[in-house]
Design a protein around this ligand. Structure first.
Ligand code: AMP
Ligand code: ZN
Length: 463
């Protein structure tokens, strides 16, 4: 079960689906913009980071080594604003960085190679601003150093933004700018704000420069994949391209740009500023991390996904069917319970079709269809050893790629204990000790074990 076919990937830069060819065969450099650490991450953030985790896992499944970098913006206007007389900006930033790490860990997002922080990469940032000044791409105003977009031939190539449109968002309105879309590389020191020494004036970095400085430090000045949520295309990623290509003197800084559509709620982007978000901890009160992953990966990454609690419940029902197939296969393997049906070829075909759906620009909704066909083959047949082995391997790989199956698999000892408890419950029932028999049934159910009464006696099922 290997996938030799090429991955085809939509590139925001070309607006086309392209063959994915890493610069060095078998090695992929990937940079994903991280959070600004001034508040707790919510399930909208989770969509973006779970997607890139799944993408990384799929690339690894295809035999690549992936060097993933996720930065942390740990000094910024929003963080400084969130500080108070009780909390310094460093404490605010530290608290929410920890929360972000907790989220990654809890949601089974594999750790990246590095989490570079702005405050520990000041030297690299200052050197990059200095290069842009030396190459005359930057100029000074009263409040900072600005990048001059008119010095570049092709500013706007990623977002295809119409700079004449007065409604375009996130353009800093600063008097004296040569072009309204010029942006701050460095902000001069203000009263009561943190600042760093730099030869061109004390201050702190603008919003975009950190990602150019940190990605080139870890991945070089030309790397494979750069990603983030769709809101970062303009101005953040556009400006990252402008300053990187200017500073490094190259025509193509990043080969593939990948953007994840929003998780919305009532059709509006879920965001901290709109206060319409569902927190990670709030969601985990009712659903497991695996169900959240299953739900967030159920839509294609370029399609907006509108969150409702009902959709979460539906996702849980569908997810449970895949997990049941997994436990069935584990149980059969552990206890050597094999039937007669040989559906090994059909299982393998569904698995291969699933991989082909992913090779086709990571079409997860199609991949899910094949996962469900595969689960049905397991659940609706009394399958033989060959089929069990093939299904075990296929479902393990599915879990490796999507991270959706519970890590815990039942051991033979646990299975036997559950069966003995089910038999004890049967005896209690026959003796009309219903209080005790019901309590055993409930306790087992809490652990995800269901007792089914069959003609042959009780059978334990893992749900
Ligand atoms: P922020 O801390 O707001 O800069 O966000 C960190 C990352 O999460 C960025 O890549 C955002 O695009 C992404 N993000 C924020 N909100 C959402 C959302 N509702 N849906 C998908 N991605 C989001
Ligand atoms: Zn960035």
């Amino acid at each position: 079960m290997e996938s030799n076919n090429k991955l085809k990937l939509y590139n925001t830069l070309s607006r086309k689906i392209e063959d994915f060819n890493p610069i060095k065969k078998g090695k992929v450099g990937m940079y994903v913009c991280g959070p600004t650490t001034y508040d707790k991450s919510h399930i909208g953030h989770a969509r973006t980071y779970i997607f890139f985790d799944f993408f990384r896992r799929f690339l690894e499944f295809k035999g690549n080594k992936v060097k993933l970098i996720i930065n942390l913006t740990d000094v910024d206007d929003k963080i400084i604003k969130a500080a108070s007389k009780y909390d310094s900006w460093q404490v605010v930033s530290d608290r929410y960085s920890r929360y972000f790490f907790w989220m990654l860990d809890t949601l089974k997002i594999k750790p990246p190679y590095s989490f570079p922080q702005v405050t520990s990469h000041m030297q690299e940032i200052i050197e990059l601003v200095q290069t842009l000044i030396d190459k005359e791409f930057a100029y000074e105003l009263k409040d900072g150093i600005y990048f001059s977009i008119d010095k570049l031939e092709n500013y706007g190539k990623l977002s295809k933004v119409n700079l004449g449109d007065p409604t375009i968002a996130r353009i800093e309105k600063t008097p004296g700018k040569k072009n309204p879309a010029d942006f701050a590389l460095w902000k001069f020191k203000k009263v009561d704000e943190p600042y760093w020494y730099a030869p061109f004036g004390e201050g702190r970095p603008g919003w975009h420069i950190e990602c150019s400085a940190m990605s080139s430090k870890y991945l070089g000045t030309n790397f494979d994949i750069h990603g983030g949520g769709a809101d970062l295309i303009f101005p953040h990623h556009e400006n990252e391209i402008a300053q990187s290509e200017a500073a490094f003197g190259i025509k193509k800084w990043v080969n593939y740009w990948v953007h994840v559509a929003f998780l919305t709620i009532a059709k509006e982007k879920m965001s901290k500023s709109l206060k319409n978000f569902v927190g990670i901890d709030q969601l985990l009160d009712t659903f497991s991390p695996e169900i959240l992953r299953y739900y967030l990966l159920s839509a294609h990454y370029q399609t907006q996904l509108d969150f409702t609690w009902d959709k979460m419940k539906k996702a849980r029902e569908q997810w449970t069917r895949v997990v049941r197939a997994w436990y069935d296969v584990v149980q059969r393997t552990e206890r050597e319970i094999y039937g007669q049906e040989d559906v090994s070829n059909e299982i393998e075909t569904e698995f291969n079709r699933m991989i082909e759906s992913l090779n086709n620009d990571l079409k997860t909704p199609e991949a899910y269809k094949h996962i469900h066909f595969l689960a049905s083959l397991v659940l609706s047949n009394d399958i033989n050893k060959k089929s069990v082995d093939v299904a075990h391997e296929a479902l393990s790989k599915i879990s490796e790629i999507f991270g959706i199956l519970p890590e815990k698999s039942w051991t033979g000892k646990e299975l036997r204990l559950a069966e003995e408890l089910a038999e004890l419950r049967e005896d209690l029932r026959k003796g009309e000790r219903f209080d005790l028999s019901d309590s055993i049934r409930t306790r087992l159910k809490d652990e995800g074990i269901k007792i089914e009464d069959t003609k042959e006696g009780p059978r334990v099922k893992f749900v």
